[in-house]
Design a protein around this ligand. Structure first.
Ligand SMILES: Cc1ncc(COP(=O)(O)O)c(C=O)c1O
Length: 473
């Protein structure tokens, strides 16, 4: 565990003053932040626990931002990173330089990725992996002489990151506010494959047919000679842990192949063991994507790193001899040796500790308990997800599935109750999402479930007391 830096209340208050004055937080409201602000100054981490400046300990069921896969505060990671800093603290992979961590990591990623994926471009995180995928797609299609292929299809409620391109490919309604601009002429969104929100009375297989038809119709409407790529997350993360109907990925992948459309699997969340595999696309859904984006669990959040991985077929085109084409994409920190070292150590720990087995055991237990024990709660509409990637959707009316009004902030109310009880669960609108570290034990899974249940019950009481809900609901 790291040394305690913030020792008392006045230190914590001072930090908040500095923070409010100078620090624009991710996804915050600048108009109200200074008057509200957060309650926490986090000071320590250990395993799946966080501690704040008052000495309160929290079980982090969010796993950071879906990323602390091997758990927090590992000494051997600190040593590996420190050794690499002493050995070679910075190097660039621009043009023709290489070094051990980048070369070894690229080879390891090629080994654990689906068989057709053997090429890796390193980025600084998930958004930059998506941006790089977008640029590679343009490059590839142009190199093939398919210069008309500029259009992208993706899913409503998908989250692909925060850069201009990644946000435009993403389809979250709550992100696409009029306060920002987006690429709209060449990026198209089709239905989010969430059966819970399918038209009432439609069977799951009819819904699946509808979704697959919708993709094919959209390709034909734009013109298959104009559609460059389709982006999808194997399991949608920030969009609400949406597991599509069985067969969805395979069938949409086949539609893409039929129409010469590249299939991009955004595995920023689902890779590195989150659902028990290195990558979910092939192992869980039988799909061999043309491009895979990853980040987060690649270093378990110890050091920022992302990767955009792509197929031999794409590589053959862009590397065709005699054209002198330059892949003019590169970040100062692409393949940073310290980040690559962290990724290699992370992979070593996952393998040595057999963490995927733990995900299969504890993750299945967690999923089963979550799915069976919350359905009776009056404000729980659905619990969904796979293994250590779960979400609870709250509804104001179970029968009609009507949501609570946004201003109630139902996810936030539940997560506040949970943190009072020593548990972090992430609120996203009317959802609470969880993606705990892969080292989770059954006892810790029980703690999450029991604490979350108590928090939902307390929130329900609060909603009754405030007159937001009537008793019969
Ligand atoms: C599926 C998916 N893609 C991309 C991103 C963006 O990754 P980053 O925040 O590392 O830029 C995220 C982040 O949550 C994500 O969930």
């Amino acid at each position: 565990m790291s040394s305690k830096r913030t020792s008392n209340k006045s230190d914590a208050n001072e930090l908040w003053e500095m923070d409010k004055e100078h620090h624009l937080h991710s996804y915050t409201f600048p108009d109200s932040f200074n008057s509200g602000g957060s309650n926490y100054v986090l000071t320590k981490s250990d395993g799946i626990y966080l501690e704040d400046s008052d000495g309160n300990r929290y079980l982090d069921a969010v796993g950071g931002m879906w990323c602390t896969n091997i758990g927090l505060g590992r000494k051997e990671m600190a040593v590996a990173v420190a050794d690499q800093i002493e050995q070679l603290s910075y190097a660039t992979s621009f043009i023709d330089v290489t070094y051990e961590p980048a070369a070894k990591l690229a080879a390891k990623l090629a080994e654990i990725a689906p068989a057709n994926i053997n090429h890796v471009f390193f980025t600084t995180g998930g958004s930059t992996a998506i941006d790089s995928a977008y640029r590679l797609i343009q490059f590839y299609q142009n190199c093939r002489g398919k210069r008309e292929k500029k259009h992208i299809i993706s899913l409503q409620e998908a989250y692909h990151g925060t850069t201009y391109v990644a946000m435009s490919i993403g389809g979250k309604k709550s992100d696409h506010t009029p306060d920002f601009d987006f690429i709209t002429d060449t990026i198209h969104h089709i239905s989010c494959p969430n059966y819970y929100r399918a038209p009432k009375g439609m069977s799951e297989s009819d819904y699946l047919d509808y979704l697959v038809d919708e993709l094919e119709s959209k390709i034909l409407e734009i013109g298959s000679d104009k559609v460059a790529a389709f982006f999808a997350e194997p399991i949608m993360g920030a969009g609400g842990v949406v597991v599509p109907p069985q067969g969805y990925h395979h069938r949409t992948w086949e539609v893409c192949k039929k129409h010469d459309v590249l299939y991009v699997a955004d595995e920023v969340v689902t890779s590195f063991g989150r659902v028990g595999h290195w990558f979910a696309s092939e192992d869980l859904f039988g799909v061999q994507p043309d491009i895979i984006t990853t980040a987060k669990g690649i270093t378990s959040g110890y050091i920022p790193l992302g990767a955009m991985m792509y197929s031999d077929e794409i590589h053959n085109v862009i590397s065709e001899e005699g054209h002198g084409r330059c892949f003019s994409v590169g970040y100062t920190y692409s393949g940073h040796p310290v980040a690559c070292t962290a990724a290699l150590k992370n992979i070593e720990i996952i393998e040595r500790e057999n963490l995927f087995e733990n995900v299969k055991d504890v993750g299945s237990y967690f999923e089963e308990r979550m799915k069976s024990e919350f359905v009776d709660l009056p404000i729980v509409g659905e619990v969904r997800g796979v293994k250590l990637m779960m979400c609870v959707e709250f509804v104001a009316n179970k029968e009609t599935r009507e949501l609570f009004a946004d201003e109630i902030g139902i996810g936030g109310l539940v997560s506040k109750q949970a943190s009072k009880r020593g548990l972090f669960v992430r609120p996203i609108g009317h959802l609470n999402v969880m993606s705990p570290s892969l080292i989770l034990t059954r006892e810790q899974a029980d703690t999450i479930i029991d604490t979350l249940r108590a928090s939902i019950e307390a929130t329900y009481e609060q909603l009754l007391q405030n007159g937001i809900l009537a008793t019969q609901n």
